[in-house]
Write a protein that binds this ligand. Sequence first.
Ligand SMILES: C[S@@+](CC[C@H](N)C(=O)[O-])C[C@H]1O[C@@H](n2cnc3c(N)ncnc32)[C@H](O)[C@@H]1O
Length: 265
Amino acid sequence: MIAVGVLGTMTIDAGELARRLSVSRYPRSSRYDAVWLVENMMGPCSVWLAEALTNVMPLLPGERVMDLGCGKAMSSIFLAREFGVKVEAIDLWIGAEENAARISNAGLSDVVTAVHSDATCLDFPEGHFDAIISIDAYHYFGTEPKLLGSIVPLLKPGGRLGIVVPGLRTEVEAWPDHLAPWWQEGFETFHSPAWWRQLWEHEGLVHVERADIVPRGADDWLTWTATCDDWARAQGRSPYELEAEMLRADRDGLLGFTRLVATRV
Ligand SMILES: C[S@@+](CC[C@H](N)C(=O)[O-])C[C@H]1O[C@@H](n2cnc3c(N)ncnc32)[C@H](O)[C@@H]1O
């Protein structure tokens, strides 16, 4: 089916959507069907963020990877397809059957397993995974040190943990006035790379190799959310304009994506 809609006087069809979402910084992601990406999105582009993470946390063919809080499993599909890894795609809000259907449509049922589970009570043997990754999800359940203590043992010694979450360039004492209209419950979980580094290093379970802000991540976030809004409008659905407005109002560049990579010690 060809999806076409009208935005003001501009028609945005699948081709235009693909053009707007083709970002040179994400060459692997740019090969994915843009309508598929947008129709399954649950926030910022999970495949872009998975690419930003794996650029600094390479995965090897055959490795066993947990994708924690995978949402609609697009990042899990990306990891299996791009790196030949085996993925346990774990999520709480999205049922395993729904994700299994998406994984099957991608032809990856033999290497990606959908699991419905809560991150706080995972049932895997110790040392089972070469890597645990989490895209735009870890801040929902991992801002307390307890979570790290429960998932690190699931990694092999030397195994890696990598996350990308919405975050702040630096910690702030209070949410800035010029961003006040967009404050939402949940934003209190947005933190800087330094904050996350301290949380993870405190327990002595992992060595943090990298804690940074994804380069140009905020620009990409705005491109993504504004394009998704235009697509929603073109499809006759309500756009979620507030996020784009907030990103445009962020004149000091406070917001972005915090990225961490750590190794089990
Ligand atoms: C904003 S969505 C992002 C989903 C996906 N990673 C993506 O980027 O599209 C956050 C995800 O975190 C998951 N999540 C939140 N709390 C969780 C928990 N306690 N255990 C497992 N997953 C959880 C939700 O099910 C949801 O799919």
